[in-house]
Design a protein around this ligand. Structure first.
Ligand SMILES: Nc1ncnc2c1ncn2[C@@H]1O[C@H](COP(=O)(O)OP(=O)(O)OP(=O)(O)O)[C@@H](O)[C@H]1O
Length: 295
């Protein structure tokens, strides 16, 4: 059986008294697109640095396809990495940089790279010093997507991209998945994670608070229901899964957890004119996790 793309065991990084990453146990299967969500300072970049062997863990270990992450020379043959702040060699052109990055990695699919350059509308003739933040990010992304590396580690890769390019990014991630490769994507952008990931890990103050599939994550929150009615208000007292009932003239709101059957049966007794159900966004779910607290 193929080892997981990423495995960590009790992975911990302390800076003085601060646990930047605290006891992380995580497994990302080969072929998965895994999202790593957390507010600023939660420890996402620290975890990525440990996976890449750019920092040494205070305790615990990490493996990339079964290879100890500390064995950088071997592990990096399987990794393409896009950092949060892309810095490029200012005097080299985009084309020269793609060549250089391609030569140091585990091999490049050149035809696919050319296609990506066109799709991301990159002008490769310019020196990197003339690139905007978004263009630097695009160069690094194209280089990573076009490698044959089985694992792509992307640290907030779309912060500088406009919506059109964001769409290309999502397409490229889907293509990576279709080719059987693995993506580990740290992000603040919930819509992006929702669009491209199979599972998501949620990090808060250095600790992994949950790992969930997208449907599981959405189920953590309730559905908000708005009912408009004629005649007497529906009676939802004591109905399973119903909470926070508010009647406001001919409208009634409540929140619903679990299956909707009991609430629907109770509503059927009234003269309901419209029924609106709203799924919470991932943003709202996310806020539920973090509430008011910062790190
Ligand atoms: N070299 C360092 N020395 C001291 N503290 C550090 C160091 N690197 C990170 N930290 C602290 O560790 C915590 C985790 O930081 P990290 O950069 O991993 O968070 P993050 O989730 O990537 O945040 P962001 O989304 O802002 O990039 C923060 O409190 C940060 O200040």
């Amino acid at each position: 059986m193929q080892p997981p793309a990423i495995r960590t065991s009790q992975l911990t990084k302390r800076y003085g008294p601060l646990f930047a990453l605290d006891d992380l146990d995580l497994t990302v299967a080969a072929g998965e697109v895994f999202g790593f969500l957390g507010p600023n300072g939660a420890g996402k970049s620290t975890a990525i640095r440990l996976l890449l062997g750019l920092a040494r863990p205070t305790a615990g270990r990490a493996w990339i396809f079964g290879i100890d992450a500390a064995d950088v020379a071997t592990a990096h043959r399987r990794i393409a990495y896009v950092p949060a702040d892309v810095t490029l060699w200012p005097q080299l052109t985009g084309a020269e940089i793609l060549e250089l990055l391609g030569a140091t990695g585990p091999g490049v699919d050149r035809a696919y790279r050319d296609e990506l350059v066109a799709r991301f509308e990159l002008d490769l003739s310019k020196p990197a010093r003339a690139y905007s933040t978004g263009n630097r990010q695009k160069v690094a992304l194209v280089a990573a997507f076009a490698t044959r590396a089985p694992l792509l580690v992307l640290d907030e890769p779309t912060s500088g991209l406009d919506p059109l390019m964001e769409r290309e990014f999502r397409r490229a991630v889907a293509e990576v998945r279709d080719s059987g490769r693995t993506v580990f994507l740290s992000s603040h952008q919930l819509a992006e994670v929702e669009a491209v990931c199979d599972r998501v890990g949620i990090l808060r103050a250095g600790r992994l608070v949950d790992v969930a599939t997208m449907p599981e994550l959405r189920r953590l929150r309730r559905t908000e229901v708005l009912v408009r009615f004629a005649g007497p208000a529906p009676d939802l007292t004591g109905v399973e899964g119903v909470d926070g009932v508010q009647v406001d003239g001919p409208a009634l709101r409540f929140t619903l957890t679990g299956p909707p059957g009991p609430a629907m049966r109770a509503l059927a007794a009234a003269d309901v004119t419209t029924l609106t159900m709203r799924e919470p966004t991932l943003e709202e779910i996310f806020l539920d996790y973090y509430g008011e607290s910062g790190r």
